[in-house]
Design a protein around this ligand. Structure first.
Ligand SMILES: Cc1cc2nc3c(=O)[nH]c(=O)nc-3n(C[C@H](O)[C@H](O)[C@H](O)COP(=O)(O)OP(=O)(O)OC[C@H]3O[C@@H](n4cnc5c(N)ncnc54)[C@H](O)[C@@H]3O)c2cc1C
Length: 400
């Protein structure tokens, strides 16, 4: 059998695409390497603009009913732990949505089940070892000691930030220089409201800490710091006390941590985005992190993955010329990823970069933003639709 679509990777992006294409009657095979999902320290808050994408893909209720929790507040604190503001997301986001938190492994399981119910064939414990195109697209999977080949009209690489499909498809990739470490840990029992995300930016030290409720009294807590000779990548259980003191050192009140337990691994990532220009060629499309990994500090990766799934599905379902559909998706992808990429670079430069020049840039920007908050890009509510041209940059930096 030749499948319409073979999707390599059953993460958020691959499953969302699989569900949509199967619901529309296309034959879909999803190949997922993991036999079961465990905590890999990944994104667990979907921005309001990503929630809008989930609604367009008709997976919003499914997520909310199976694993999601609504996060309607966006609270910012001083680095002494005093609340500065709490943004009400539904009333202040263009889409009218709250954000959504979930435990990543639960979300993956729920979406793969939904893909299967929609008619997709889902194989787990199925590691793809090659994708080849010799006139016919063939995907090779190792199942135990055996190798099995599957044929498809289109192959989608949704295999995450270390994508192999990128290499097998002959895509070149680009990357920014890494300037930040980003560490995450799953904590239960923080003494905090469960319907709000909480942020503290300590610009003078180039640090940020944030915590997101993901339901059942669990919170994913992050700490971002500049990479320098003295900074340490906080990974592994021995570094948990250092991680917790880094968070409190950056301003998270100690009383929040009185009754906590640690429920997952501590892992650190370098925040540098890497991406493929025009993620479609020779009937292979890349989506989600395989197409472009945005800076995890600003939390747009999953929203981008859902945008990819929706845009690619819309083009594929519009007609029979899938080569044209793939190229149209790739052009749109470059445009919205480019916008997020620019905005995230500005945010890092304005809020987290270190040194005298950075301090002076920040003080100019902040004095204008205090008077007119609309100068700040809105990655949370608007995402790539937040203006990202030169005028938007100059307004944000307080230059006009
Ligand atoms: C520390 C951190 C914090 C983040 N915080 C946020 C956040 O708050 N909000 C947000 O929106 N985003 C966040 N992100 C980004 C977000 O996690 C990713 O953008 C998102 O998970 C990408 O989804 P995906 O489906 O593209 O890839 P993945 O979730 O990586 O899924 C890829 C799947 O492919 C499978 N796979 C890989 N290789 C193969 C193979 N050879 N064969 C078969 N299967 C394979 C993997 O097992 C995996 O299940 C964060 C990322 C990090 C690292």
């Amino acid at each position: 059998m030749i499948y319409d679509l073979i999707i390599v990777g059953g993460g958020l992006a691959g499953s969302a695409l699989g569900i949509t294409m199967a619901r529309n009657g296309r034959s879909v095979l999803i190949l997922e390497r993991a036999a079961e999902f465990r905590d890999r320290v990944r994104g667990e808050v979907l921005m309001p603009w990503g929630v809008a994408e989930a609604k367009l893909l008709d997976i919003h209720s499914l997520l909310l009913d199976s694993c999601g929790t609504e996060v309607s507040g966006w609270s910012k604190y001083t680095n002494e732990g005093q609340l500065i503001s709490c943004r009400d997301l539904p009333s202040s986001s263009a889409s009218g949505n709250a954000a959504m938190g979930f435990y990543h492994p639960e979300m993956q399981e729920a979406l793969l089940n939904a893909a299967s119910k929609a008619g997709a064939e889902v194989k787990t414990a199925a590691k793809v070892t090659n994708v080849q195109n010799h006139g016919q697209l063939t995907v090779t999977v190792s199942v135990g000691s055996r190798e099995v080949n599957y044929e498809g009209r289109l192959v989608v690489g949704a295999d995450g930030r270390q994508s192999n499909v990128r290499q097998w498809g002959g895509f070149g990739s680009e990357s920014d220089h890494s300037s930040m470490y980003f560490s995450g840990l799953l904590i239960e029992g923080l003494d905090l409201k469960e319907d709000s995300a909480h942020f503290i930016v300590d610009s003078a030290r180039g640090q940020m800490t944030s915590t997101f409720p993901i339901g059942n009294n669990q919170y994913r807590t992050y700490f971002a710091q500049n990479i320098s000779e003295s900074s340490v990548a906080l990974s592994g259980s021995k570094k948990v006390p250092d991680f917790l003191s880094a968070c409190t050192g950056a301003g998270m009140p100690e009383e929040w941590y009185r009754n906590i337990s640690i429920n997952g691994p501590l892992a650190t990532f370098e925040s540098a985005p890497n991406w493929v220009d025009h993620p479609f060629k020779n009937n292979i499309a890349l989506i989600g992190d395989a197409a472009a990994t945005s800076d995890p500090i600003w939390g747009c990766g999953m929203s981008l993955g859902l945008r990819d799934a929706r845009v690619l599905a819309e083009h594929l379902l519009a007609g029979d010329d899938w080569a044209a559909a793939g190229h149209e998706y790739a052009v749109q992808h470059d445009s919205y990823f480019g916008a997020i990429h620019r905005i995230e670079q500005w945010m890092t430069e304005v809020f987290l970069s270190l040194g005298a020049e950075a301090d002076s840039r920040r003080s100019k920007a902040m004095s204008r933003i205090m008077k007119d908050p609309s100068r700040m890009p809105d990655v949370v509510g608007l995402g790539p639709e937040s203006p990202s041209d030169e005028l938007a940059r100059a307004r944000f930096y307080g230059e006009v």
